[in-house]
Design a protein around this ligand. Sequence first.
Ligand SMILES: Cc1ncc(COP(=O)(O)O)c(C=O)c1O
Length: 500
Amino acid sequence: MVNMQANSDPWEQVAQRLGTDLFLDLQPDPSASARGRGARLRRSLAAALRAAIDDGRLPAGTRLPPYRSLAADVGLARGTVSAVYQELIAEGWLVARQGSGTRVAATARQPASRPADSARPPAPTPVHDFALGQPNPSLFPRTDWVASTRRAIMAAPDEAFGPGHPQGSAPLRRSLAAYLSRARGVEADPEQIVLTTSVMHALELLSRNVFDGPLAVESHGLPFHRAVIERAGTATTPVAIDAGGAIIGELAADACGVLLTPSHQFPTGVPLSPTRRAEVIDWARAGRRLVVEDDYDGELRYDREPIGALQSLGPDVVIHTGSVSKSLSPAVRIAWLVLPPHLVDTVVRSKGIREPDASIVDQLVLADLIDSGAYDRHIRRSRQYYRRRRDRLTARLAEAGLGLPGIAAGLHAVIPIPAALEPIIARAAERRGFALAPLGLFRHPAAPVPAVGGGDPAGSRTGGIVVGFGTPAASTFAVDVDALVALITDHLVTAERAHR
Ligand SMILES: Cc1ncc(COP(=O)(O)O)c(C=O)c1O
């Protein structure tokens, strides 16, 4: 392997032009004879130079080092390196001009993209992007984030850039404790908070060390959250949901706890009713069980009455978790667990001293964003933006005779359709360039499949199409919604006609 940023000046010029080191892998064969080794090295050098030109590491016009320097680096005679250059000149890879040395030819083959990229075809970009419940990327508060970065980094003591605390950065735990108490009614002390990279990671930590039996989960939820819990060793059992959320009276007796989305059931959108909120706390206390509250979009509520966190009803039995994936961006990998005090050590042990993905630097920035009030302003702005979208979607669907169940909250909605139509609409959606998901995608494998409507396929709307209304671009949102309404109504009308 030859480091092309070796001692002589021309190498440095090359490196400067490339802005980086360039390595030529000559793959020496130690078992070959001295003569054989020379021939092999010569062929390897030619191949390595062709590869470096071909994959763009040596761009057109790059000046190659003089024979002498390269010969010294690779342990070949000058004449041999000269022969390699002549070979590549003859093949059109290099050009030699009196006084300006040997350079990569302007016409040398330069691939449009690297082989690794071309091996993986890019995913088609959806025409109507109702991808599940993601925030609109154009809303990311870039200016506030930059201002917070500057303030947080300049103010941080040197120790902040050393190994972090296993529970996560203390400033962010303090800011979050105040924020969660103010905005969500969570009873949180910074000492009870453990920071993670995502709700998914938080669930994995709990599954590894805290759950000691099967965990009940809502019959519909994120499949990859269930998968991570199960991979970490905890079985999941579904509990049915109705208009009042999870049916607490039907929770399995042997469950060690239950994972709920009480503020806004994911994906159906219903909140857990006040009676059931009290009921689940009693259930947990009576059986020494735990309730995991996934408060994934608690702040994004568009009705007048906010629904507070369940945790405040039972801080001794409720583990509250949330992240900034919905409120800010899934690209900022920061989430939290607010734990009953007796579980903190267990979770910290499960997490280990150095969590691989969490950036303490980003945690400091988020702390500043919260403390400066910019996070609250961003939430308020987001609420207005998404409320308008939700209103537009609701109005257009209503015009077409379709209602949206669930509360006005979050970044997604479920359009009720007959269960039998789910796969048909999902296929048509793919053909028409939509990114969206059938409700069935979220069903626990052991949960009952909804009746497909018997003899009344158009009337029994036990299925649904889940649409994230945050993602479409502002410039196309109206058109996207119209196309969505057309997609659904086309199929409903056809199904109704077929039934008549
Ligand atoms: C139900 C639910 N919980 C939690 C989250 C947050 O996920 P994470 O923090 O793992 O990105 C999401 C985000 O899409 C979600 O839909």
